[in-house]
Structures are given as structure tokens and as C-alpha cells.
Design a protein around this ligand. Sequence first.
Ligand code: SF4
Length: 347
Amino acid sequence: MTPASKSRKRVLSGMRPTGKLHLGNYVGALQNWVRMQDEYECFFCVVDWHALTTDYADTSQVKSNSLEAAFDFLAAGLDPERSVIFLQSHIPAHAELHLLLSMITPLGWLERVPTYKEQRENIRDKDLGTYGFLGYPVLQAADILAYKADVVPVGEDQVAHIELTREIARRFNGFYGTGQPVFPEPQSLLTPSPRLPGTDGRKMSKSYGNAILLADPEPVVRQKLKTMVTDPARVRRSDPGNPDVCPVGDLHKIFSSKETMAKVNEGCRSAGIGCIECKGWAADALVSLLNPMQERRRKYEENPRLAWDILEDGTRRASAAAAETMKDVRAAMEMSLDYEAPKVAQQ
Ligand code: SF4
């Protein structure tokens, strides 16, 4: 660790490898990670073991999806000089800490996690009645605590998980911290995540098939925009519309300039513009956002080894940080790897 990094708060965040990332991943997380690099000591992780909590039956895509995620991290502007970018499954400390934290985590805490119930009810095509799925918030806690992270950027749906991490840290410190806590309690940093609709108007998600990918070439972006749903009340060109209830209007609010937004507001409400023209402006804004990313991505697509080397280097740096934590953890639990003479049992 450099002296400068010691004075900065440490941030940890991770993303499951699901293949190529989409605009929702960008505005909900990546964009924020890129900004955080100036202020924090950053650890960003492809959490490939988390992919197994739901997709355990077929692991054939996990590795290539992890590499695709790394391409997009780098394309979006994560800088390996300023951030440690790494692969969870290459650092056994995550598994060791997960096991130790599992020992102290009451089942009731996990059963109460809102996303647990919600996903069990909503995901019907997989058997999620597994030990691993119930315990994945503990793995998440291990991911965070292995680096003694101060801050975790999250969307609203993840706040309960960070609260659970804090409770687990507190419980661990209560059992084993002798005067001094082993783990800091990480703070959630709520990232603003504007509503980003997919092409069918529902939340953008790969599983809905409505996503615009960061790697989509310009013609594909334009085609996807053409088929995007609009204000349902605007049936004819002469009908006035309302950008506040139109998914294309939502895209403009996030990605277009103030000038364009003003033209959309005025033109839509007065029926002065048609939806085709309006969608063309939204596509322009997306293309100018995505072009530089795709330029950077190309370098890694042409030579994937470059991205793999970055992951390997990040994994070495993250491993060293996690090893320091694990020394403290084992010492606190009186399970250090160093030889110690047996204690005489107290009568
Ligand atoms: S003009 Fe634009 S904002 Fe208005 S309904 Fe059409 S696509 Fe939506």
C-alpha cells in the first residue's frame, strides 16, 4: 500500500459476471466506480463465485463471462493503476472468511434478507433451496470484510445486505475482538440510480431481453431505439405526448444535453416532433457515450490476454491485502498458523 492510499478510505464493490454489461450496469454502478477512483482506494471485483449461487448447474460460461465483465470494467474507464481489479474465485481468503463467518451467522438473519424471499418466489426455473443461496449474503460479507472496506457503494436493494455485513462484523468483533475490533463496520454509500428502462419499458435487464449493451455497435443501438416503446397515449404523429411517461424520455433525462432535453420537452408536448426524430436524438447521445468505451474495449477484445493479465495482477494485490486481514482474523480467533505450545487446560 502506498502512503497516499493509506490516508484514503477503502472502497470495495463487486459485480456478478453475466457476460457483456448493459447501460443499466453502467448507470447503476460502473459510472460511479469510475468516479470513485479519484477519491478512494478502490477494490473492484468480478464476483464469479456469486454466479454459482443461482447458476450452479452450468458453469461453462462463468470464466468467459468474467473476462467479458473485465473488458467492460476497463472500457468504462476503470484504471488498473488506480484500482485493484480482480477475480473473487482466485483468492481463497474469501472462502476461508466465508466459512468462519458462516459459523457465527444466525440462520434467522439470512432468512429475513428481503432479496432472499423475493428471489425464491420469482425465480422458478432453478432450485434455489440450496445452502449456498441462503448463505450468499455471508459470502458478500466476507468479500467486503476481507479488505476491511470502509465504504461499499450500493443501490437501494443492497442496503439490507450491507446492514447484515455490519451485524456480522459486530458479532465477530464481540466474540473475538479483544479490546480492539478486528473489522470496521462498512458504510453503505447509496449511489443515485435513475430509472433506466429497457426497450420494452420495463427495468433494463438481460433476462428481459430488453437491454442495450455497452458493446452494442452503433447500428444495433439505433435499431434497438427504433423499436423502443413510447408514451402509449401518443398514437398518431399529431397527438401530443409526455416525456415524463415515455421510456425514451427517461433515456433523454439521463444521457442527453439540456438543450436536447428542452427540444424533446417542447416538441413532444406540442406534437412538434415525431417519435422517430426524438429516438434518433436519444440514439445520438448513447452512441457518443458508448463510442469511446468501445474504442477502449476493442484493444482487449483483440488481445484478451491483456485483460486477463490485469485481472491476475489485481488478484495478486488483492490477495496481499486479504492475507493481512486473515492474519488478524486467525490471531483474534486464536487459530494462527504459527506454532504455539499447547495450553494447559484450566481446572
Ligand atoms: S416524442 Fe420522444 S418523448 Fe415524446 S413520446 Fe415520442 S419518443 Fe417519447
